[in-house]
Design a protein around this ligand. Sequence first.
Ligand SMILES: [Zn+2]
Length: 142
Amino acid sequence: MQNDFYDKLSQLALKRSIPYCMGCHKEAKDGRCLSCGSDDLGFLLPGCSCGWGLDWIIEEILKECLTPVDLAEAFEQSVRESYPETVQVAWMNLDVCTVCQEIDPVSWNIAKGEWEDQECEAGTIVTFDGGTYYWAYDLEAL
Ligand SMILES: [Zn+2]
């Protein structure tokens, strides 16, 4: 799943960038530098910068086009869907998420971690660096 996205993003990165001779600082559209003849090329991302490999271009594309998942908010939302009712304590009607987070933040965080793993396994959210998550449907839209 993740690799699938990575392959597609690599293709997208190739499409958006131009082969670039890092030595001569010249574009090398045909895959070979016209000045020095080298085919050991980097990539130029127009309007951004140049460098070796595609990973940094993928990062730029992700940064530019996608909003990372707000995990805290997404988890809260999923809890709200499972427990839409409010909790009544004496005369107070309290929101389930707020009550859980305040009464047992440790348990809340454990559940949040499990939820992240679950969503990741289900392929709903995708990460390439283990820290930033993106919605799979956002990636597919790219
Ligand atoms: Zn060159």
